[in-house]
Design a protein around this ligand. Structure first.
Ligand SMILES: Nc1ncnc2c1ncn2[C@@H]1O[C@H](COP(=O)(O)OP(=O)(O)OP(=O)(O)O)[C@@H](O)[C@H]1O
Ligand SMILES: [Mg+2]
Length: 294
């Protein structure tokens, strides 16, 4: 298990809630740890192998989606690690959980695409008939498929909670042309991936992408279509009108909701059965999408 990758020979570029990002000069080394975050808190409990599962899932999608968008991936091959990391301890930490990527200027928006109405979107719709300010038909049920995927951006807050913003706001902030490009690309990626996943028995209810500039071009960065960034539902038990069984962290969120934790103080330790079940769900997504046992 890796809670903290701590590669002391390299300088940290950014420490995220889940990934440790190191500076390799022109490139980045992104290490997916086994940390899990919920409600923007890093939980004190690790999910064994989670970082490896996430890395493999992102690699799969980067490859499948490369005809739709260029991305930041360079290599996940041990031999391409710098000489300074070619030692048994570091290789043991890094094995199957790293990617060498292009170093990009991150565009500070989370590009959220929703194909189904769920979670915070459903709560908002119940209140005012809209999702992120977009009017929707009056007769939707919880978890219903939307007539077309919605693009609902959020700001990437430096610290704390990301905040939903209107597409208008996004256009004003980064310019109409770039905002339209991100919207069109996000919807194209979602559409292709959702169609693929559905053929494998998984509904991608919603997801979020990040983009960055490399060589003045916009490319897909970060992680793609993982259970950390997406809601995945098994297709065979899909039934609108209620929340769905899910393959993602909803299970952990539900546990925390029922635990009595106030979401203000340090997060509680997860019981072993929640840890195992979460790990199982992450593996199951990988297996169902790629057809390969983790
Ligand atoms: N190619 C890239 N170039 C620069 N930054 C990147 C690239 N790919 C991913 N990142 C950034 O690396 C970090 C990955 O770490 P992680 O996903 O754990 O962060 P996080 O807790 O989600 O934080 P944040 O809210 O900043 O995304 C993110 O901040 C992401 O924006
Ligand atoms: Mg992230």
């Amino acid at each position: 298990m890796v809670s903290n990758s701590a590669l002391s020979q390299l300088s940290i570029y950014k420490k995220g809630k889940v990934r440790d990002v190191y500076d390799l000069g022109d490139n980045l080394l992104i290490v997916a740890t086994d940390r899990i975050s919920c409600f923007d808190f890093i939980l004190p409990t690790l999910i064994p192998e989670k970082g490896k599962i996430l890395t493999r899932i992102s690699l799969f999608w980067f490859d499948l989606l490369k005809s739709v968008t260029a991305n930041h991936f360079i290599s996940a091959d041990m031999d391409s690690l710098p000489a300074i990391l070619q030692n048994p301890q570091d290789k043991d930490i890094l094995k199957d959980r790293f990617m060498i990527t292009k170093k990009c200027e991150v565009i500070p928006f989370e590009c959220v695409v929703r194909g189904y109405i769920s979670g915070s979107g459903w709560k908002e719709y119940e209140n005012n008939g809209k999702v992120c300010g977009i009017d929707l038909p009056a007769d939707l049920k919880e978890s219903d498929k939307l007539s077309e995927p919605l693009f609902t951006p959020a700001t990437k807050a430096e610290s704390g909670h990301d905040e939903n913003v209107s597409f208008e706001y996004m256009k004003q902030s980064i310019g109409e042309e770039l905002a339209n490009q991100l919207k069109d690309t996000s919807i194209a990626i979602y559409t292709k991936a959702a169609q693929y996943a559905e053929g494998k028995g998984i509904i991608i209810a919603d997801t979020k992408f990040e983009f960055g500039f490399f060589d003045n071009k916009v490319i897909l960065i970060d992680e793609v279509l993982t259970p950390d960034s997406s809601r995945f539902w098994p297709k065979d038990s899909f039934e609108p009108g209620k929340p769905q069984l899910s393959f993602d962290k909803q299970f952990v969120r539900d546990h925390l909701d029922s635990s009595g934790w106030d979401k203000n103080s340090a997060a509680p330790i997860l019981p072993q059965d929640v840890v195992f079940k979460t790990q199982y769900k992450y593996k199951q997504v990988y297996k169902q999408i790629t057809g390969i046992d983790f």
